[in-house]
Design a binder for this molecule. Structure first.
Ligand code: SF4
Ligand code: MSK
Length: 679
């Protein structure tokens, strides 16, 4: 763990205190030697504001900003601490929901362009998913071309953003009981944009000032993300670029290559990055790179763009959020091509120390000092090739490089469709085996470990500590975002590697089905895949009739973005117990300001009473582990499932085969079936 006392004292942490990743540690050492700042060093010297960190500061109007730091104190307008905290929270949820959903909107417009032959280089890759999703949305599919179906689906999806009344269609995929609960509570999103706009309206000075009422709309705004914008983003990405299935990939800075032109794509939207992948395989571009003296083009990703192309094409991930600057520090990156979200402004000034070009591509995102090559679907492939030519031209400017010799293999690509198929096979695809394993206690429960990395927490340490311990406790782990990349670097996402560190029951399941104990399910928007898995587990039967009854927990141990707050809220409103690491953004000090914990209490006990799910913030990974297991065991007991007992499993799978290997055929049969098999 990081030396928190040292951090609070605003002294610098050592690289080993700042990260547990050896590649990151090596690069942080180089940054220190060269006197180059990174997010890690800036976090050390920039102490977090205690008032802002607990949501006690309001800057919504010109009478403030007001800092409410004593019990009973109000803002100039009379706003109380709980109102100020709730308003700050919903604004973050609205921003997170907007970011995810705008991504989904852009994907829907791309689908429309592809359906009408107006998007150069794209095609509909997964026609089966197109038909499934269209049918779910009530669109006729028989005797229609994929383009006709896609055109109608795109229109329907685009309408979900501007819809004014009713319910957004993807939200109706939730379990029946959950949809009914949302309807009763009045939180079914009417339209994605409407909920985000209303969140901003309600928090304008002089509007909604009842914290419970504000948080009610925070739920609706977040559901517009998880069961709306993000779900649309995932659907369309699968339709256009293919639904992920397991393949072999690599992660960490060691994927960069000394003798090749290194291009890193960073951000979130797969539209451009998929075209850069296609362009990098174009013989003309490869020849151009060779003519520049390189062995070829080496493409890799950072953040969720990495996840998008890793799980579909096996393009390696150079790292997660906190490694964006470290990649440039290797001196080996010719171009970092960024689109939207999680892009640090510091990249431009950091890159000035090297030859790296920072290329912005989104009409929504420009960085002062960066090269802007705007992306347009109409000639996407041409633009992608132009970007790669810029990078290749920059190869001649490369000087000394230090590429850490650390990378690990992984198997990403566990879409919910693939998990379904993998568990049941082509002809009886089903979640039955997973439900049965949970019901028997072979798998104790499921944990979704997701979200960012944050320089205020030792990089990757909470993700990996929690994952390692839960696996030992027979908890199946599913992951997305930067958490997945953190654990990939640890080797848990690779077939049978790491199974020796996994509980006996889970080990049996992994060996029998042939899966890693940690399933990589994609990027931040793909948290919707986890919602779908939970829904399908409920539909399968045996684990209750709604998501809140499934022995499952969601964790974002190193979160930092507003998107993470939106994800956490929609997961809690969907029935999940969600724990976030680090400081609670809506909780002051109970000893000094009892009123300053009311909002946090409401999001925990209050939401649990209404939605069966709750949201808590904890700064101790071991407490998160303890509460995860406690919650899973309580849910098991409520379902009447046998108490978790690791001693009764581990007698099948590979372990059993090894044990009986030396026995005669008869003895083997007796060991397996209890008696020799009659012939
Ligand atoms: Fe202060 Fe009220 Fe204005 Fe907020 S809205 S800044 S609490 S006066
Ligand atoms: S990229 S939102 S740091 S997961 Fe999705 Fe990673 Fe968090 Fe960005």
């Amino acid at each position: 763990m990081a030396d928190q006392e040292t951090t609070r004292g605003r002294k610098r942490r050592t690289p080993e205190q700042a990260s547990i990743d050896p590649a990151a540690i090596q690069m942080l050492g180089i940054a220190d030697e060269r006197g180059i700042g990174t997010a890690f060093s800036r976090a050390d010297v920039m102490a977090a504001c205690n008032i802002g960190a607990t949501g006690l500061c309001c800057s919504l109007c010109g009478m403030g900003p007001c800092r409410v730091i004593k019990d009973g104190q109000t803002g100039v307008c009379g706003a109380t601490v709980d109102t100020i905290q709730a308003r700050n929270f919903i604004r973050s949820v609205a921003a997170g929901s907007a970011a995810h959903s705008d991504h989904g909107r852009d994907m829907a417009f791309t689908l429309k362009a592809v359906a009408n032959g107006e998007a150069e280089g794209y095609a509909i890759k997964d026609i089966a998913k197109l038909r499934t999703v269209a049918e779910q949305c009530g669109i006729a599919i028989e005797d229609r071309s994929p383009e006709e179906i896609a055109d109608e689906l795109a229109d329907l999806y685009i309408d979900q953003f501007g819809q004014q009344n009713g319910a957004i269609i993807p939200a109706l995929r939730a379990p029946e009981k959950r949809v009914k609960l949302w309807e009763e509570q009045g939180v079914i999103p009417r339209g994605v944009d409407r909920e985000v706009v209303e969140a901003l309206h309600r928090t304008h000075m002089g509007d909604d000032q009842d914290p419970g009422h504000i948080l009610h709309h925070a739920v609706r705004t977040s559901l517009a993300d998880g069961w709306g914008g993000s779900m649309i983003a995932t659907d369309v990405s699968d339709i256009l670029f293919g639904t992920p299935a397991p393949l072999l990939g690599e992660a960490n800075l060691g994927v960069l290559k000394d003798d090749m032109v290194n291009v890193i794509v960073h951000g979130h939207e797969p539209t451009l990055s998929q075209m850069v992948v296609a362009a990098s395989q174009d013989p003309e571009i490869i020849e151009y790179a060779k003519a520049a003296g390189a062995a070829g083009i080496n493409l890799s990703g950072i953040c969720c763009t990495a996840n998008e192309i890793l799980m579909r094409q096996g393009i390696p991930a150079a790292g997660n959020f906190l490694q964006q600057e470290l990649a440039i520090l290797t001196g080996s990156v010719e171009a970092m091509v960024v689109d939207v979200q999680c892009i640090m402004q510091a990249l431009v000034s950091l890159a000035e120390n090297f030859h790296t070009k920072i290329i912005t591509t989104s009409p929504k995102v420009k960085l002062k000092g960066a090269t802007h090559i705007e992306f347009e679907e109409t000639h996407a492939l041409t633009i992608a090739k132009n970007i790669l030519r810029e990078a290749i031209d920059n190869y001649a400017n490369r000087e000394d490089t230090t590429i850490p010799d650390y990378k690990n293999s992984l198997i990403p690509g566990f879409s919910h469709e693939y998990i379904n198929y993998m568990l049941g096979g082509s002809y009886r695809a089903s979640f039955r085996p997973l439900n049965d394993a949970i019901m028997a206690g072979r798998i104790r429960g499921v944990a979704a470990i997701v979200g960012c990395t944050n320089p205020r927490i030792q990089h990757d340490s909470y993700h990996t500590t929690i994952t390692e311990e839960l696996l030992k406790q027979d908890v199946l782990v599913v992951e997305t975002g930067c958490a997945a990349i953190a654990n990939a670097k640890l080797g848990f996402l690779l077939g049978d590697a790491g199974l020796d560190r996994v509980g006996p029951g889970l080990q049996e399941v992994c060996e029998t089905v042939g899966i890693p104990p940690v399933l990589h399910m994609g990027s931040c928007v793909d948290n919707t895949r986890i919602l779908t898995v939970l829904t399908q587990m409920v539909d399968e039967g045996g684990l209750g009739d709604d998501i809140d009854q499934v022995p499952a927990v969601g964790l974002a141990p190193e979160w930092m973005s507003e998107k993470a707050l939106s994800i956490a809220t929609y997961c809690a409103a969907s029935g999940a117990y969600v724990m976030m690491g680090g400081a609670n953004p809506v909780e002051g000090r109970p000893d000094k300001m009892p009123d300053s914990v009311e909002v946090a209490d409401y999001m925990s006990a209050g939401w649990e009473e209404i939605y069966g799910g709750k949201l808590e913030f904890l700064d101790d990974p071991w407490e998160m582990i303890r509460r995860t297991l406690d919650h899973i065991d309580k849910k098991r007991a409520a379902l009447g499932l046998p108490e978790y007992d690791p001693t009764i499993f581990g007698k099948s799978g590979d372990a059993r085969l090894i044990e009986i290997e030396g026995l005669s055929l008869e003895d083997r049969q007796a060991a397996i079936y209890g008696q020799p098999v009659a012939t």
